[in-house]
Every structure is written in C-alpha cells, then in structure tokens.
Design a protein around this ligand. Structure first.
Ligand SMILES: C[S@@+](CC[C@H](N)C(=O)[O-])C[C@H]1O[C@@H](n2cnc3c(N)ncnc32)[C@H](O)[C@@H]1O
Length: 233
C-alpha cells in the first residue's frame, strides 16, 4: 500500500506534515533569468558533469514508461538532449527548454545521431504554448528542482497531458533522514549557482501540485533521486 492510500493515518500525516499545502518548497528562491544564465554557462560542460552521474535514473525512467508506438511525448527541460537518444524511434517527442545554448547542444546531438522523431522548441515550462491534453506522456527529468516555481510547471504539465496519460517527474528531493535533510538545507543557498536546489520538499510539492502518484521509486546511486509517476484522471 502506498502512502497515498493512507489518508487520515499516522503514516500519511508523518509523510505530508500538517502544513504541506502551504509551506515553502525550499529555503532558496531563484528567478527565471538567473536560471537561464546558469544554464547558458553550463551548456558547455553539462554532458560531462550531469551526464554520466544521473544516467541510471534516465534509463530507469525510459524503461518504466514503456512508451507505446505513436505516443506523443513532451520532455520538459530537454537540455542538451541526453534523453533524446533513449526514446523509441516510433514515438514522437517534443523537447522544450528555456536555454538557447542547451538547445544548441541538443540540435547538434540530433544531427550527429540522425534522430528524426524529436523536435526542439525554446519555451518556458511555466507557460507552455501547447493546447490542453496534447500529449500522452509529459516527462520532466531533473527539472523540477531547477525552476523558480515547481508548482506552476507541474500545473502546466498536467494541463497539456491527456486524460489517462502519464506525468513523470525524475528529481532529487530533500532527504527524509534528519542528517541528510540538514545537509541539503545547509547547502541550498549555494546549489542554485550549480543549477539546482538541493532541498526541494517532496510532500509539499505533491500536495501543492495536487499530484497523487501511482508510484515513487528511488533511483541512481546513491538512491536519493525519485522517479514519480502520476496518471491524469
Ligand atoms: C538539469 S537540466 C536537465 C536536462 C535533461 N532533462 C537531462 O536529463 O539531463 C535542467 C534543464 O531545465 C531547463 N530549464 C530551467 N528552467 C526552465 C524553464 N522555466 N522552462 C524550461 N526549461 C527550463 C534548463 O535550461 C536545463 O536545460
């Protein structure tokens, strides 16, 4: 039984806490221009720094999604396009990103690898230009702790996903262990300069985004990243 089937129970209260719907998701606040600037600079080195270290989670996510032929997939925050080579060739993928330099790298990758089922668009995830219910799968790998307003992004992801489709979030969230959480909160004011917030609050994010996951798996080594799957009703 998952924590989401336990409403009213002590486990549910322990996971969410009484103020999950209101409390801040992180001790740090960033602006979109700041995030864009960081990723414009990171574009040159991204594949070497965040590439191999986070790849196991990307592979597990693609495997879990078991993408059906002709599926319409939206990748939010496609970055340098590391995931683009992992999608089955018989689905159609739209990758959006804020950073023109990250997208430039992604375009080079698509050309080099001869990938034809992916289109790339420069777009802010808090203001997607797609119609409601446009995609079968909406996937945000390693993005939710990067954006200034994770809940606004989650709402847009939900809006553009078709009813019955899947919303998938792959991300690091603040640890549930006391020492881990203390450390992640202590370094949180610095980590935005490296491209992420280290202390994002998972229960508060789920409560405020109104997401009820069907599964949450731990991925990567160490297993401190979460692969979250929701189905849009
Ligand atoms: C950590 S990278 C993830 C890249 C890729 N998904 C991966 O698996 O490696 C985060 C990406 O989110 C993008 N991003 C940040 N804020 C965004 C926003 N508001 N809208 C769209 N993309 C954004 C950044 O430019 C960056 O490319």
């Amino acid at each position: 039984m998952s924590i989401f089937d336990l409403s009213g129970s002590a486990e549910h209260d322990e996971f969410f806490g009484s103020d999950a719907a209101r409390r801040a998701l992180s001790v740090t606040a960033v602006e979109t221009d700041f995030v864009n600037g960081v990723y414009q600079n990171l574009a040159k080195v991204y594949d070497y720094t965040f590439g191999p270290t986070l790849h196991a989670g990307r592979l597990q996510a693609i495997q879990r999604m078991s993408i059906a032929p002709r599926s319409r997939v939206l990748e939010v925050g496609v970055g340098t396009g590391i995931n683009t080579v992992l999608y089955p060739k018989d689905c159609s993928v739209t990758g959006i990103d804020l950073s023109s330099k990250m997208l430039e790298k992604a375009r080079t990758r698509l050309a080099r690898k001869g990938i034809r089922n992916v289109r790339l668009l420069e777009m802010d995830a808090t203001n997607l230009t797609f119609a409601d219910d446009s995609f079968d799968i909406v996937y945000a790998p390693y993005v939710i702790s990067v954006v200034p307003d994770p809940v606004a992004v989650a709402r847009e992801m939900h809006r553009v996903c078709r009813p019955g489709g899947r919303i998938v979030v792959l991300n690091h969230f603040r640890s549930r262990s006391r020492i881990g959480a203390w450390l992640e909160t202590a370094i949180a004011p610095i980590t935005p300069y490296l491209g992420f917030k280290s202390d994002l609050d998972l229960p508060a994010f789920l409560a405020q985004a109104d997401f009820t996951p069907v599964s949450i798996e731990k991925v990567n080594v160490p297993r401190i990243w979460s692969l979250i799957t929701c189905i849009k009703e």
